[in-house]
Design a protein around this ligand. Sequence first.
Ligand code: AKB
Length: 317
Amino acid sequence: MKRILITGALGQIGSELTMKCREIYGEDQVIATDIRQPKDEKLSNGPFEILDVMDGNKFLEYVKKYRVDSILHLAALLSATAENHPLKAWKLNMDGLLNALETSRLVKAQFFTPSSIGAFGPSTPKNNTPQVTLQRPTTMYGINKVAGELLSDYYFYKYGVDTRGLRFPGLISYLTPPGGGTTDYAIEIYEEALKNGRYTCYLAKGTSLDMMYMPDALAAILDLMEAESSKLKHRNSYNVTAMSVTPGDFAKEIQKHLPHFVMDYNVDPVRQRIADSWPNSIDAAAAKSEWGFKPAYDLENMTIDMLEKLTKQNSYF
Ligand code: AKB
């Protein structure tokens, strides 16, 4: 990757990925795009363009203008929002993806888009879910993700586009909130624990889901994009995870640092149904063996870092 264009650059992954890429590849080499203007100065150290990913002509225009060789396509609706607005999700998630893939094909750019644990469904094996397995998701988001994996494979086999992807679990970060995901509780817990000493969780106490800390997610994207093409057998998309945890596990871990933290539960049926349709834990063996995926954070050291960083950032005390 030399000249990178990122869509959805103001989102949870996009904002941190833009900063990381600018650190590594140079500030002028990373073109951040989103449908709205940034509210603060966060991404003002490099090029920024307003881009609605549904506008294929504009997409191509910017990619040509900046002579982009790699497209990191992140703009999408997350699972809970997609479930509440399925037609809007289909349009944005699929038309946006097609425009991104078509643009990559036309300029021969390398391509990345995230898939998700949401690409699995209730009939998928629940524990240690294999890389290649039954994928019959029952959510609009999941259907978008499976279609996205297949389309990315199609562009690779038919047109030779260097497409790559990761099936992300819930991503935990302290800088930019996600919004509209089923796993968002895993970030809210930390913020509310520090702010108010209590949190009401919308998922049931024993709901196991895969999670990963943002620094590991960013490293995974960059390692995958820099991996030698011939080593990649699965491409779209690799299972990646760092921990399988329940809301109860998060509460216990936080209580080690904030003993008065209280967690209660008020289950949201929409998000609980989505979470129940996803695996408890996925197997990242293919990512480990094909391009060396190796997360550094588990629940323990991530919790220490999250509490430290959020405290510094917000001065709760
Ligand atoms: C969501 O909850 O929608 C995302 C995901 C797991 O894909 N965080």
